[in-house]
Design a protein around this ligand. Structure first.
Ligand code: G3P
Length: 214
């Protein structure tokens, strides 16, 4: 499973890049709005830093303007993946992006048929928002499993990008189901390697060594 980071903050991206397991970045308008400066330059800087897929989302809600924005975003860097909402207009924009060779990440997916349709149309990524489903009392992993099962029945090229992850167990469950990518908020990325027994074990090893060998 590939790891993307779900932030538009350059310092956070730099910090996680140092770990050596960062494959890409996802942003959305809420995340980008927190950062100062020009959006286009921000996406260019992220692409330069990561050298992997960087999702940048359109703001328009009609297909014509979505596609115009998509074309503009795609000129920033070959690493840009254009994020489109999975609405009727988004689907129409997706078809045009596919024809134009623009890579896409279909976002705000909450049910399996949305995922089936965008895969049939040739989306590069599909982003089920797992945490937001759990927030309203659903079991988000049912959705992820349904999408995995459907995709495994066919020869779709679309990668499943598990999004809106809230805690490390979401990452474990997404990996068990076979999500191709998990996009992690920095707070979740930070906790991927933590276990108290690892820290206690290391302290004991070093204390024993010191006691015996001075
Ligand atoms: O990648 C999608 C993600 O940003 C949404 O996460 O936590 O706002 O539901 P959240």
């Amino acid at each position: 499973m590939k790891f993307f980071i779900d932030t538009a903050n350059l310092e956070e991206i730099k910090r996680f890049k140092q770990l050596g397991v960062l494959d890409g970045v996802t942003t959305n308008p809420s995340l980008a709005a927190r950062e100062a400066g020009d959006f286009r330059q921000l996406i260019a800087d992220i692409c330069e830093l990561v050298q992997g897929p960087v999702s940048a989302e359109v703001l328009a809600t009609d297909a014509d303007r979505m596609f115009a924005e998509a074309r503009e975003l795609a000129t920033i860097s070959p690493h840009v993946v254009v994020k489109l909402p999975t609405t009727r207009e988004g689907i129409r924009a997706l078809a045009r992006c596919v024809d134009a060779g623009i890579r896409t990440n279909m976002t705000l997916v909450f049910q399996p048929l949305q995922a089936l349709i965008v895969a049939r149309m040739g989306a590069t990524y599909v982003s089920p928002f797992l945490g937001r489903l759990d927030d309203i009392g659903h079991d988000s992993m049912d959705l992820l499993q349904a999408i995995r099962d459907i995709y495994d029945n066919y020869d779709f090229m679309t990668e499943i990008l598990a999004a809106s992850l809230r805690h490390p167990l979401h990452v474990v469950e997404a990996a068990r189901i076979g999500a191709d990518v998990a996009t992690l908020p920095p707070a979740v990325f930070d906790r991927l390697l933590d276990h108290p027994l690892t820290d206690i074990g290391l302290q004991r090893f070093l204390a024993d060594w010191k006691k015996a060998r001075g």
